[in-house]
Design a protein around this ligand. Structure first.
Ligand SMILES: Cc1cc2nc3c(=O)[nH]c(=O)nc-3n(C[C@H](O)[C@H](O)[C@H](O)COP(=O)(O)OP(=O)(O)OC[C@H]3O[C@@H](n4cnc5c(N)ncnc54)[C@H](O)[C@@H]3O)c2cc1C
Length: 470
């Protein structure tokens, strides 16, 4: 863990200003209390000088205006489950936690939207809208803990994105406070609308660097009647990728199309009692959803499409027990990875589907070259691969090679027309690599947009990309 605990006292004027806006129980300023709000899943830690818990848009507005007046850095925080350091307050200052912003502002089932405050967890939203027969498609596996604000700021998704899209495709509009302390409403309450530039999709994925989202109008999707799960095991990555491309070319789009590579299969074999065919080199988990009366035919069609010369076995679950047994093979992977390499680095690069074999073979070469085992799994239908570098800091050779290895993983990704992050964002962890993906003109335009939204650079400073002087 990278840790910095240097704290600066906030000025008495600033502290008095905070007390004018918020009740005492909405402010933390003791070092021990602030510590817990200084880290996320990136394992980087910097303690803030104060933590505030506003209740609504108006209180956020007043806090942002105060921070502007005093040039105090302000970092928005959902639940701190992010993996790239976005909610870590690099310059100290104030962390604005949305924990106490968990209200439903409006629910309109007939218009298929709900407007919520950003501190609600993803799962809480799913439970509320399920009562009306809907779900909100983004489904990070941290759904029980992570906040809607964090989901939007990172454009976080999960398996369902392959069929239903990411937050960018599932948000109608936002209310927010810009870095210079102004209220803004973006988007519409309809599924069509083209007046003005699309600030909704600009703010989604902006990692808290342009504005603080205070309300989000989420587009809802009707829950499917039922689901079916298939597990397909292939001889090699080429056959599995062929199947992914063939599945995505036909109209029955799975609601999950997950993959694990041969190294991951070996790891599961060694760390559980789950068995695979001896020649297994890759596995796909294919989940279909839809109307009950069509699912049997859908399973038949997908079975035919997924059956190529490299298929070793294909099992379709008939019952809920069989379905959970099939998922167990995939679920056994995360604990196995944690056991083998507690300090592993998990990247979430994305490449066009047909480049997955070249990516996996390139990663095998990098693994051999740097003596660092690499295990890959992820959302194959989107080409979003979680590349796990099983690095042991106590191993001198691996410690020496890890930076070069990671850098070459990113180079390989970009050579294959890929992107550095599919869903985890840039934060602090990937900041140094962004200029490899984005051209100088784009970076300058982004810097100008940042300056327009946040002229005093108080929102999440020193993150996302290396700031240029304009
Ligand atoms: C076990 C585990 C599993 C995970 N699985 C997935 C997965 O399947 N898919 C996936 O995409 N991610 C996954 N993640 C990563 C993480 O859960 C997501 O990135 C999540 O969206 C972060 O939400 P959060 O509330 O914790 O946000 P935080 O980590 O607190 O913040 C994330 C970013 O959002 C900004 N932010 C937060 N709230 C606001 C706001 N209201 N306005 C503006 N900016 C804001 C912060 O400043 C920061 O930059 C996983 C993490 C863990 C620990």
């Amino acid at each position: 863990m990278t840790t910095s605990t240097t704290r600066k006292a906030l000025s008495p004027e600033f502290a008095a200003g905070l007390s004018n806006i918020l009740a005492p129980e909405q402010i933390l300023s003791e070092a021990a209390d602030c510590l817990a709000y200084g880290y996320d899943n990136s394992r980087i830690q910097v303690s803030p000088d104060a933590v505030v818990f506003p209740h609504d848009h108006e209180q956020v507005l007043a806090v942002v205006q105060l921070c502007n007046q005093h040039h105090v850095a302000l970092t928005a925080r959902g639940r701190g489950t992010g993996t790239t350091g976005g909610s870590v307050p690099l310059r100290g200052g104030v962390v604005l936690s949305t924990e106490q912003m968990q209200k439903v502002i409006a629910c309109h089932p007939d218009d298929r939207y709900i407007t919520v405050q950003p501190g609600l967890s993803n799962q809480a939203v799913q439970e509320i809208v399920a009562e009306h027969g809907y779900f909100w498609p983004p489904d990070p596996s941290s759904a029980a803990y992570c906040s809607i604000g964090g989901n939007l700021a990172y454009n976080s998704a999960g398996p369902r994105a392959v069929k239903y899209g990411t937050p960018r495709e599932n948000v109608l509009g936002l209310r927010a406070v810009t870095g210079d302390g102004k209220s803004i409403r973006t988007g519409v309450f309809t599924t069509k609308g083209v007046v003005g530039f699309d600030f909704t999709r600009l703010l989604i994925g902006s990692e808290g660097a342009l504005a603080i989202i205070t309300e989000a109008t989420l587009k809802l999707t009707p829950l499917a009647e039922d689901k079916r799960i298939l597990q397909a095991i292939y001889r090699d990555i080429e056959s599995a990728t062929r199947a992914v491309a063939d599945i995505m070319k036909q109209p029955i789009i799975p609601c999950a199309l997950e993959f694990i590579d041969g190294t991951a299969i070996d790891l599961i074999r060694k760390n559980s009692d789950i068995t695979f065919p001896e020649a297994a080199g890759a596995m796909l988990m294919i989940e279909l959803d839809g109307a009950q009366q069509h699912l049997a035919a859908d399973v038949e069609k997908i079975t035919a499409v997924a059956s190529n010369h490299g298929l070793l076995s294909l099992t379709a679950a008939e019952t809920a027990e069989q379905a959970s047994a099939l998922w167990n093979a995939r679920k056994a992977l995360s604990p196995a990875l944690r056991n083998v390499a507690p300090n592993k680095i998990n990247e979430d690069i994305v490449v066009p589907v047909s480049n997955i074999p070249a990516l996996i073979h390139g990663l095998e070469e990098l693994s051999a070259k740097h003596a660092i085992p690499i295990v890959n799994f992820g959302h194959a239908g989107n080409g979003n691969i979680h590349v796990n570098l099983l690095y042991d800091p106590e191993n001198t050779l691996q410690a020496k090679n890890i930076d070069a290895c990671l850098s070459q993983v990113f180079d390989l990704t970009l050579q294959l027309n890929g992107s550095l992050s599919g869903e985890h964002g840039v934060g602090i962890s990937k900041q140094a690599f962004v200029a490899r993906e984005l051209d100088a003109t784009s970076l300058n335009l982004m810097q100008q947009i940042k300056n327009d939204f946040d002229p005093n650079n108080i929102l999440n400073p020193d993150k996302l990309f290396i700031e240029t002087q304009t």
